[in-house]
Design a protein around this ligand. Structure first.
Ligand code: DGY
Length: 322
């Protein structure tokens, strides 16, 4: 009897083909995200699960699984999985870092550049038929990147890659991390370690690259926004819940900060009536940090490899601690 693998959403054909060679697979084709009731009914007798960052795999769901050996998430983030409990239950968890580092850093940079130079806002002005006179001294002025300070919260893989990108644009780089990186790495990136307080008060742009945890939950709130420069911008490609969105809307409306570029939100997807979508000084992206053809294919490849290893009792290539 072949082992059973359930996918909460389809993946590339090559990945499904690979999985079909070894397992009896079932792909959820209905509503996305898969309703919890369906996920819970499926998890009972499967051996492997491939999931996405919006599928909540908590203790209650894990407790229903009788044979589960492997959870392989098609994402670098794993805050949707109770990984500690999975480990207790001897279920291995795989995820997909590294392959999406460049794509996500690129998107953070795209949001930064767009926010400071108001590209998307200009696009809306033209599409709304509001571009009537050309080239005034104060028309649609943005701000220079050169000489400005980028504060990176979380100088891990993606944060470091963003640092390399912005160095070419002559920005100064400061960062805050739980652990300071080596002096030689700081030197090669041209990044200076500062306290969180300094990061928020000195940066012209802050880019968030920390996972969502109890400690980082709503870390950016009105208190923090009030300490940031009025001229500063916030870029978030990590997780929406690191920011208190209601407070961010207030900060953007009242010009407590100048603007934001966001790829992630507290609840996704957001629609055109979301308060953020009503503001001009924010660039919005539909959670596309890793969304390039090449990267998404590499993520599928790793997701399958991680699953295969875990199904065979081995540690996934990228494993959450076990
Ligand atoms: C992830 O992989 O967790 C990212 O959010 C995708 O962009």
């Amino acid at each position: 009897m072949r082992k059973k693998v359930f996918l909460t959403r389809t993946l590339h054909d090559f990945a499904l083909k690979e999985l079909k060679k070894k397992y009896q697979i079932e792909v959820h084709r209905g509503k996305i995200p898969i309703p919890q009731t369906k996920l819970r009914s499926k998890i009972k007798d499967i051996d492997g699960l491939i999931c996405f960052p919006y599928d909540i795999i908590n203790k209650e769901t894990i407790d229903l699984a009788e044979n589960l050996k492997a959870i392989s998430t098609y994402s670098v983030g794993f805050d949707h999985i109770d990984t500690k409990y999975a480990k207790e239950k001897k279920i291995r968890v795989g995820y997909t870092p590294e392959v999406l580092t460049d794509a996500t850093a690129d998107l953070a940079f795209a949001l930064l550049l767009d926010s400071l130079r108001r590209v998307s806002e200009g696009d809306r002005i033209i599409r709304d038929g509001k571009w009537r006179v050309i080239y005034g001294a104060h028309d649609y002025v943005g701000v220079d990147l050169q000489g400005k300070t980028l504060g990176i919260l979380g100088l891990g893989r993606i944060g470091q890659t963003l640092a390399k990108r912005v160095k070419a644009f002559d920005m100064k780089i400061i960062y805050h991390n739980r652990n300071r990186i080596s002096k030689s790495k700081e030197k090669s990136l041209g990044a200076k370690y500062v306290s969180f307080e300094r990061l928020i008060t000195q940066s012209d742009v802050i880019s968030i690259h920390v996972p969502h945890t109890k400690e980082t939950d709503k870390m950016f709130n009105i208190k923090v926004f009030k300490k940031m420069k009025n001229s500063s911008f916030l870029i978030n490609t990590s997780r929406g819940k690191v920011v208190n969105e209601k407070d961010l809307v207030v900060a953007l409306k009242k010009k407590i900060i100048a603007g934001a570029g966001l790829d992630v939100f507290e609840q996704e997807p957001i629609g055109k009536n979301h308060p953020l979508a009503k503001l001009q000084n924010v660039v919005l992206a539909p959670h596309i940090g890793s969304s390039t053809k090449e990267t998404r294919a590499k993520m599928a490849e790793i997701t399958v490899k991680n699953l295969n290893l875990a199904m065979n009792g081995k540690k996934p290539i990228y494993s959450v601690g076990y």
